[in-house]
Design a protein around this ligand. Structure first.
Ligand SMILES: [Fe+2]
Length: 249
């Protein structure tokens, strides 16, 4: 069994008007690109981590269409919620519609063979930002009417809650597992690998590799992440990895 990861599929099969193609030529025919590359890379016996921003569906019924599409791709899949997974309401509802090849990670750890996986969505960290790495592309549909200070306070609250969720999940990691992995949607550390609250937590639980996504439209040639204190930080947002699942084990 090989293990792969790819984040931010942002599928729009259930809501065709929400195509990512508005974000530039790299996203052109991205759904077809993901399917083609996935089938060339992943086999039925493999395992794929999908750390968030799975699809643009607004309801669980709509999400069934996108999840069915993922189910048809080879391998078993483990998904985590991203900030755009609006359809992902209660865990029981999500679990009730999961196709056979897909499982989800929430408030728990997942164990498969000699691998144990923990994770949480996380949020924008008060410790670091990625603004200088991003080629800003305004989203014509975005509305911004929230006061900056209110937004900052809210972000800090959300981040603190997500940090607790990550800790609870890490507590459930099997200490005897040969491979200890983590998946987060938001990056757990700065691009230049400065210590962070999350990185310290991952170190405490002896995580070996952490996969994540969330950032898009990075400036060409950006050098991001790498290995710090025995943890490999692997950024796998779909557009950054050429819409191809990345082998991690
Ligand atoms: Fe995201």
């Amino acid at each position: 069994m090989k293990v792969f990861a790819i984040a931010d599929l942002h599928l729009n099969l259930s809501v065709p008007d929400k195509s990512m193609e508005i974000f530039g030529p790299v996203w052109e025919k991205y759904v077809e690109k993901i399917a083609r590359n996935w089938k060339q890379t992943v086999h039925e016996e493999d395992f794929v981590l999908i750390p968030g921003d799975i699809c643009w569906a607004m309801s669980i019924q709509e999400a069934q269409i996108d999840l069915g599409w993922i189910d048809d791709l080879p391998g078993r899949k483990l998904m985590l919620k991203g900030n755009h997974d609006y359809w992902w309401s209660s865990l029981s509802k999500v679990k009730s519609i999961l196709p056979d090849s897909i499982e989800v990670l929430q408030n728990d750890a997942f164990h498969i063979q000699d691998i144990s996986i923990a994770g949480a969505r996380l949020w924008d960290s008060p410790e670091y930002t990625f603004e200088s790495y991003i080629e800003y592309r305004p989203n014509p549909k975005e509305k911004k009417d929230i006061d900056a200070q209110i937004q900052k306070d809210l972000n800090e609250k959300l981040f603190a809650r997500e940090l607790e969720r990550l800790q609870r999940s890490l507590q459930k990691i099997d200490p005897k597992a040969k491979y200890k992995l983590a998946m987060t949607h938001y990056p757990p550390i700065s691009a230049d690998l400065q210590d962070s609250q999350v990185s310290k937590l991952l170190e405490k639980y002896e995580i070996q590799k952490c996969v994540f996504g969330h950032l898009h439209s990075l400036k060409l040639g950006s050098q991001l992440f790498g290995t710090k204190n025995n943890i490999e930080y692997i950024f796998v947002a779909a557009d950054y990895v050429d819409f191809t699942p990345v082998r991690i084990l």
